[in-house]
Each structure stands twice: as structure tokens, then as C-alpha cells.
Design a protein around this ligand. Sequence first.
Ligand SMILES: [Fe+2]
Length: 328
Amino acid sequence: MKNKYTKILLLSALNILLVSCGGTNKTFDVASYGKELSFTGDSFKVMQLTDIHLTKSADNIKVMDYLVNNIKTVNPNLIVFTGDTFMNADSSIVDYFVKRIDDCNVPWAYTFGNHDFQGDYGENYISQRIQSTSTKNALFIDNYGEDGLSGHTNYYINIKSGTDVAYRLYMIDGGNDVNVSFGITGEYDYIKEDQLQHITKINTTLNDGATGLAFFHIPLLEMQTAWNTCKDDATKCIGKNEEKSCPSYKNSGAFEHFKANGIKGYFCGHDHDNYASIDYDGLIQTYGVKSSDLCYLDLDMPGYTTINLHSDGSFALDDIEKVFVKYE
Ligand SMILES: [Fe+2]
């Protein structure tokens, strides 16, 4: 009895050791993180929607009507949600959002903000719902817990012009709220080093010279410096910043890492009253326009951001438009 008990303990300890060493992680090749779309004309229009903040106490039908009308007006080739789509929501709100967006018959991509997981559902619910067979237009991959990478989204979308990949859009989960100052102040997470290495692996494996653009929620620390640039000389920016920047608390080197891997610009959300696009030190940093009036918003009205990508892979600051739409 004693020997049998010892064996069970040893087997259990071995099992724990294997799990803690990543023994359960699967190996995914680069292609398994990729989705693909093609140009359908001279330009490809990406519509960024951010910080919608659907919640239990809101009139979510009204919000979704507003979003769907804006999508119909823009008629984009791709919609990208850059986080905080939900805050204190429940599963029925997630279901409703996914159905309304998918019914627009426009390809759509999704990544997470620091509030999306704060709801009456499990951590994997949103991903499972988006990846379910009932969606027809979602471009989304979540291998969290299986591949060992930080964050729920680390996928990319190749945009092809003819046979060439002109653009690669990276959808990065930049993490959640964190508390690193001994519980004194709340701070915001950062893109982890393993996620950056993952981008390098994608870029070097595909090695196609595509123009990279990144989409995530919390701005990089370099946004603070760029924010000051806007403040000192508004002519260097498109749009405006009307609140202080609240970037990641830690610099993992994403800014330089992006540039080294062909990423020319990134699009974030998080700071609801900022909507500037700043060409700073070789990387265009853009705050998307907050896309509903839920949670805080001091701008005159919410709206969306559109990014026009040209078939030759060019990407210029002048091609970024900011649009505000009256919220009835
Ligand atoms: Fe937000």
C-alpha cells in the first residue's frame, strides 16, 4: 500500500513537471497563424473600430445600430476591432455583437483590450464565440493555452495584390490591467518579448517584403513622446490628442522590433479622447477614433478610423482619414 502510494506520488510529480515545462504545448507552424484577403480594386480600405465598451447597463441595440450604419456607409474591405469592445458585459451581449457584425458580410478581425475579459463569462468565451461555425466572415485565431505564447491573439492577415502579399496586418493581444506599483496605482500591460519573437518568426519565414501594420489596444511607451510632439507642434500630426497618453508600463522593445520587421505603423485605442496619427521616428503611431459614446468620451462625437492601403504596398500618412459621425 505504501509502495503503491509512493508510485502515484512520483507519477503525479512527473506530470506536474512536464506541464510546468511546457510539455503540453503544441507546435504551430507560421501558416497556422495566417489569414488572407485580396485587393478588389485600386485600394483596400480598413475600418478600425475601437473602445466600444458594450456593457450590461447600456442600450446595446442602439450602439450596434450605430456601428452597422457606419459600416454600411464606409463599405470597407476589412473591419478591425482594437480592443475594449466589451466591459462588464455578459455572454448574451457577446453573442449579439458577433451576430450583428458577422451579418454585415464584411471580413472582420478582432483583438482584445484591457477590459474585454471583465464580464460574466470565461476567459475563452469571446474567442470561442468568434471562432464558432456560425460566423462566416470572422478572421480570427486564438491559440492561447496551446502554443505557449503570451496573449490570446498573435495572428496575421496577408493582403494580396495579384500574386504578391502587399500588406501584412498583425493582430496582437497587448494584455490587461496590471498592478506593478505595490497596488498603489493601476497600470497597463505590454506586448511581451515572446510575442515580438513570434512576429520575427513570421516575417523571416514568409520573407515577402510585405508592408507591415500592427493592431493592438494599449499604446507603446513611445506614444508618450510622440504625444508631446503633437502638443508642441500640431502640424506634425493628423487629428488631435485631448487627454494624456496612458501607454504600457514597460518597454519590451516593440517599437524598434516593429521597424526591424517591416512594420510601418500601428493602430491602437485605449485613450478615448485621443485620435492623433503621428509620424514619429520611422513609425506611424495612430490612435483610432473611439467608436461609441459608452464609458468616457469628451470628444464632440464618436466615429471610426479608415486606412486606405494601395496596391503597390505604399502607406502614407495622408491616406489616413478620421471620421466623426453624429450619435443620435
Ligand atoms: Fe477603452
